[in-house]
Design a protein around this ligand. Structure first.
Ligand SMILES: [Zn+2]
Length: 413
């Protein structure tokens, strides 16, 4: 393992420090005065933060917006367009697009990604095989978790092949069971199948939950009841939970208390849900976000991710968790600190990753960004970033801005 001095950056409390990184961890923190050494990176002017995480991506769909079309669609139309395109996708093409996406996340500071990957009769396990290869290829830069995302239905006779493919996906490389119970003809049955297959394989679950504005179907309550009722022993994540954001305060508090009791983490996906939801509301447009603050107050782990990256479900996206943080602050009324926690500490908790703080002994997973403080880092989203994974610098971006019409005196004025 390498050893590295990351010098002269400042922390959120204002201290300027030198960090000694060794054996993949922060080995020492000292005031920023240490003598020069060859294995060092100069962080003067940079804010040093725990590295962000992308807790919910679809790497197999990344950068397909221009290939699939359907720009400006709602969720049903986006699903329809994607399913029409999916059978034509080659494994090599998925791998190329996914690798570009991962490198974009990494350059922006992400050192761990959880990606859902489509599994179904028309696409087989091609997406999963492609993403397993990408996971191996980028292992030194980024930890990738793969969620098998089965096709609908997962229940009844019609779902037999999808259940078989889901089990096969777990056997060949996925380590988390996904699904979308609200789109299954039997939502409760779908949740039962997911829990049973996950329990049999001994793995966590991460479901797309209630990505709609209506109160029904309420698969969040179904999931919570089953997790509490069965004592399901592995980690459970409910992604989206959009309809909870439309509930009355009383109902949202009650649901949040049950989620906290069940130990279910929620992942909010502001890009996609601001993009997809509420298109039939030309005025008073619903925001499509879950009840962020009520969930946090109840003690629920609330993470946030970018979800779709320039595909039919969101034609924009920069693979930058700071963009997610911007949306949490603007559309969710989070503080910058709560927003950053959702893309870092809370996301790590939801994904079962060890926690990262800037303290001796913590894993050396760091984002250094040219900014005075956390609010400014989120506001500017400066491209000047240094990213450390397992104690090594894995990406560095430096921007140069020219003003050809100004003299040096005017530029520096
Ligand atoms: Zn998703």
């Amino acid at each position: 393992m390498t050893s590295l001095w990351a010098r002269g950056g400042h922390l959120t409390d204002g201290r300027r420090v030198d960090l000694h990184l060794a054996e993949g961890r922060i080995a020492a923190i000292s005031p920023a005065i240490s003598p020069a050494s060859r294995e060092e990176v100069d962080l003067a002017g940079f804010l040093v933060l725990p590295a962000p995480v992308e807790p919910h991506a679809h790497l197999d769909k990344a950068y397909t917006a221009d290939l699939v079309g359907a720009t400006g669609a709602d969720l049903s139309a986006a699903v329809e367009a994607w399913l029409a395109y999916r059978p034509t996708v080659a494994e090599a093409e998925i791998a190329v697009r996914a690798a570009i996406a991962v490198r974009s996340y990494v350059a922006n500071g992400v050192t761990a990604v959880r990606s859902h990957v489509d599994v179904g009769e028309d696409v087989g396990l091609r997406g999963l095989t492609a993403l397993c290869a990408v996971r191996d290829a980028v292992a030194a830069e980024c930890e990738i978790q793969l969620v098998a995302f089965p096709s609908v239905p997962l229940t009844g006779t019609a779902g037999a092949n999808n259940r078989a493919l889901l089990r096969e996906a777990l056997a060949v490389g996925a380590h988390i069971v996904g699904g979308c119970p609200a789109r299954d003809p039997d939502p409760a049955g779908c949740i039962a199948v997911v829990l049973s297959i996950a329990a049999e394989a001994g793995v966590p679950i991460d479901l797309h939950i209630d990505e709609h504005l209506d109160a029904e179907p309420d698969t969040l309550s179904l999931l919570t009841d089953v997790v509490i009722g069965t004592g399901f022993p592995h980690r459970v994540v409910a992604s989206h939970c959009v309809s909870l954001g439309m509930a009355t305060r009383e109902r949202a508090h009650a649901v949040a208390d049950r989620l906290a009791a069940a130990g279910i983490a929620v992942i909010s996906l502001p890009h996609t849900n601001l993009y997809l939801q509420g298109r039939d509301h030309p005025t008073v447009v619903p925001r499509g976000l879950t009840a962020l603050r009520i969930l946090r107050e109840a003690g629920v782990t609330v993470a946030a991710g970018g979800d779709n990256l320039q595909d039919p479900f969101n034609c924009l996206g920069r693979a930058d968790p700071l963009e997610t943080a911007v949306l949490l602050v603007l559309a969710g009324h989070d503080s910058p600190e709560a927003a950053y926690s959702s893309i870092s500490a809370a996301a790590r908790t939801a994904l079962g990753l060890s926690s990262v703080d800037i303290v001796v002994g913590a894993p050396a997973e760091l984002l250094a960004i040219r900014a005075a403080n956390l609010r400014a880092a989120i506001a500017t989203g400066s491209s000047d970033r240094v990213v450390v994974h397992a104690g090594r610098v894995i990406a560095r971006t430096e921007t140069t801005r020219h003003y050809p019409t100004l003299s040096p005196e005017e530029v520096n004025a």
